[in-house]
Design a protein around this ligand. Structure first.
Ligand SMILES: Cc1cc2nc3c(=O)[nH]c(=O)nc-3n(C[C@H](O)[C@H](O)[C@H](O)COP(=O)(O)O)c2cc1C
Length: 404
């Protein structure tokens, strides 16, 4: 990130104090940070603190002759590689969506030709309000990227989504953005599996599971954004094919294994698919008919191939990094730690899929990343953010391997 420039727009929310930590961490990594502080923002964090920590002037007023003479507002909006809005209040998001420009922050946001990232922060009701959600959808469709918000206790005493992501998560998103710009995974070959498998009972019936493919598809997209040549082997899902990814569609676990083996050699394999452990021993060639008075059929099962274990033990074809997913409903970390050893993979991303968590098919995920060093707990975040953070971790690990 060394040498990159961030224009940080601080709007009016309690979470504004957290940007001091964010700025410190960005500057440690060689990023130059310049701030625009809204009038409401200055109620929560002083221009003096921001100026001291950025070692730069803090901009606040649109109609300031001095500021305009030093740097016009249009130049200010362009003189950065990335614009970050943190905290992004409900108000500033609404103004951005509507294209309003009634102060320096919103004018700069309308005038910029640079990518914009926002870290929303607000009360849970404000976040869930259909007006805010419509604004988020509008901005996302225009290419604004979002970090968070996270779920948790709020300053106002309520609980839910709306907390600004921690500075570490915003930092990871900024790093990921710059890495993407630099093609951090250029030259790397990646294999990702996603979705459920469908194991036939007869030509019209199958045994499947509730995996939506959202997480696996998001990972393939994130790896491709970092420049990896990515093959996505997917069971049946309703997810659109991610941009820049080669998609191989399969039905059964056996098909999925064959497609994975065909994709080798790769540098990294991420097995995010929910592969059926068993298949029906002898699927019927014809539809099994219900006949009056007959007893229901009995199905017997045989074990499916274990794709994660096969890739982890593929001898000289083994990817440098093999990552599995563990969907657990109890003792999530303990079971996933045992699974990592049993399968012989490098990392396990464990998530709690018990009823009520909304993980299967939902938008959000709270995961634990388990490697030989132990478990890293990530806060609940969107599946897209999990994917970005995982892709960033993969890039860092492969770069470290290459350096050794
Ligand atoms: C104590 C206090 C805390 C606030 N916290 C938030 C917040 O976390 N998020 C938010 O969207 N608005 C919050 N607001 C309301 C905004 O400050 C208000 O909508 C303001 O107009 C935002 O202006 P700006 O977006 O231009 O900075 C808060 C207001 C007060 C008085």
């Amino acid at each position: 990130m060394d040498g990159n420039r961030v224009l940080l727009i601080v709007s009016g929310g309690i979470a504004a104090y957290k940007v001091l930590e964010l700025i410190r961490r960005l500057r440690e990594r060689g990023v130059a940070v310049r701030c625009i502080l809204t009038r409401a923002g200055s109620e929560f964090v002083t221009p003096l603190s921001l100026s001291a920590i950025t070692e730069d002037k803090v901009y606040g007023e649109l109609f300031s002759l001095t500021d305009e003479a030093e740097m016009g507002h249009i130049q200010l909006s362009r003189d950065a590689d990335l614009v970050v809005v943190a905290p992004a209040s409900a108000d500033i998001l609404a103004k951005m969506a509507a294209g309003l420009a009634d102060d320096l922050a919103t004018t700069a946001l309308l005038a910029t030709d640079k990518p914009v990232m926002a870290a929303p922060a607000m009360n849970v009701r404000m976040w869930e309000h259909s007006a805010t959600q419509a604004n988020i959808a509008t901005l996302a469709a225009r290419g604004v990227t979002f970090v968070g918000p996270d779920e948790g206790d709020m300053a106002c005493g309520e609980y839910g989504f709306g907390r600004m992501s921690e500075p570490a998560a915003i930092l990871a998103a900024v790093e990921q953005h710059f890495a993407a710009a630099q093609g951090q995974l250029a030259g790397v070959r990646a294999l990702v599996t996603s979705g459920p498998t469908h194991e036939p009972i007869d030509p019209v019936r199958f045994i499947g599971n509730r995996s939506s493919g959202r997480q696996g598809h998001a990972i393939a997209a994130a790896l491709a954004r970092l420049g990896a040549e990515t093959v996505l082997v997917s069971g049946p899902t309703h997810q659109p094919d991610p941009n820049g990814v080669q998609v191989v569609s399969v039905q059964t676990a056996q098909d999925m294994l064959n497609a994975c083996e065909d994709a080798l050699p790769v540098d990294v394999a991420v097995c995010a698919a929910a592969v059926a452990d068993w298949r029906v021993a002898a699927a019927a060639d014809q539809k099994i008919k219900k006949k009056d008075g007959s007893t229901p059929p009995t199905l017997s099962f045989v074990e499916n191939p274990d794709i994660l274990k096969t890739l982890s033990n593929a001898g000289n074809k083994r990817p440098a990094l093999v990552i599995g997913f563990a969907a657990e409903t109890e003792k999530v970390v303990a079971n996933a730690t045992a699974k990592r050893r049993r399968k012989g993979c490098d990392w396990i991303v464990a998530n709690d899929v018990s009823p009520g968590t909304g993980t299967f098919g939902g938008e959000r995920n709270a995961v634990h990343v388990i490697d030989a060093e132990g478990a890293e707990d990530w806060p609940a975040m969107s599946k897209g953010s999990v994917a970005d953070r995982l892709a960033q971790r993969i890039a860092t690990a492969l770069a470290k391997d290459a350096a050794e």
